[in-house]
Design a protein around this ligand. Structure first.
Ligand SMILES: NC(=O)c1ccc[n+]([C@@H]2O[C@H](COP(=O)([O-])OP(=O)(O)OC[C@H]3O[C@@H](n4cnc5c(N)ncnc54)[C@H](O)[C@@H]3O)[C@@H](O)[C@H]2O)c1
Length: 255
């Protein structure tokens, strides 16, 4: 009897790390439910995954405050049937002043509340032995100036990962977080572009300076984060749970 197709839901799937994860899983024969708020990019990525031979369903939805995204998600999951993997990847990296309540609430809603709400719904569909991978950040373990909301959300996501792993261990479901450093995605270009504009320095120079601070002297590629997610979803990683795995080119290892 042929093995049953494995099913994955990936959030923030249209671009960057999420898209790299989708491509990696598509090449490995997974069926994909792809969620993103960027409908055009999402449709293009779903088409690409189909070209790679995968079954891919696009769900255009904006995660965040409120519950508007829950009914379409539940409907899509009902059709999709079951899940073997949930990748909570969608996130925003907005800077904020320490007293900016609106920014705090927005970042928390997308980076922390949404993974909680989404995982809660997906637990009904996740098969025993399944996987949850939360895409956090090296800022789940460190602070950064003008980033109280982002750092708190990613610290929270790592804590959530560890605690949920204990709740789901009796079902053989593993829950892990990946903690990327600088990854070459649209988010990185937006962030370093804004930094360059703020100090009046050419973007190319800011990018060069950032690369110099990384022991490997280059940004991590989205495909390298995707490889780690793929590994965590594989049978070989069945014994790994409640962990935060860093992929940062050595950025956070030195002084
Ligand atoms: N790029 C980095 O250097 C870096 C470093 C550490 C952690 N991360 C984390 O990795 C994850 C992915 O980052 P990326 O660099 O690929 O980002 P990106 O901005 O390049 O892509 C993010 C994708 O998520 C989607 N998205 C964002 N908010 C959404 C929402 N509320 N609802 C639905 N879709 C939404 C976007 O449309 C986009 O397609 C994020 O959680 C981010 O915090 C990124």
């Amino acid at each position: 009897m042929p093995a049953e197709t494995r099913h994955a839901l990936i959030t923030g799937a249209a671009l960057g790390i999420g898209a790299a994860v989708a491509r990696r899983l598509a090449d490995d024969g997974w069926a994909l439910l792809l969620l993103d708020r960027n409908g055009d990019a999402l449709a293009a990525l779903a088409d690409e995954c189909r070209t790679r031979g995968a079954r891919a369903t696009a769900l255009c939805a904006e995660l965040g405050p409120g519950e508007h995204w829950l009914p379409p998600l539940k409907a899509a999951l009902g059709t999709f049937g079951y899940l073997d993997l949930l990748v909570n990847n969608a996130g925003v990296a907005d800077e904020n002043e320490p007293d900016d309540v609106a920014a705090w609430q927005r970042v928390m809603a997308i980076n922390l509340d949404a993974p909680f709400r989404l995982s809660a719904v997906c637990l009904l569909y996740l098969r025993d032995g399944g996987r949850i991978v939360n895409v956090a950040s090296v800022l789940a373990r460190a602070g950064k100036i003008r980033n109280t909301a982002y750092c708190a959300s990613k610290h929270g996501l790592l804590g959530y990962t560890k605690a949920l792993a204990l709740d789901l261990a009796p079902r053989g479901i593993t829950v892990n977080a990946v903690l990327p450093g600088w990854v070459d995605t649209p988010m990185l270009l937006r962030e370093l572009g804004a930094q360059a504009a703020a100090v009046g320095t050419p973007v190319a120079q800011v990018l060069r300076n950032a690369r110099r601070q990384i022991p490997l002297k280059r940004f991590v590629q989205a495909e390298e984060v995707a490889n780690l997610v793929h590994y965590l979803a594989s049978p070989a990683a069945a014994g790994i749970t409640a962990q935060g795995l860093v992929v940062d080119g050595g950025y956070t290892c030195g002084m």
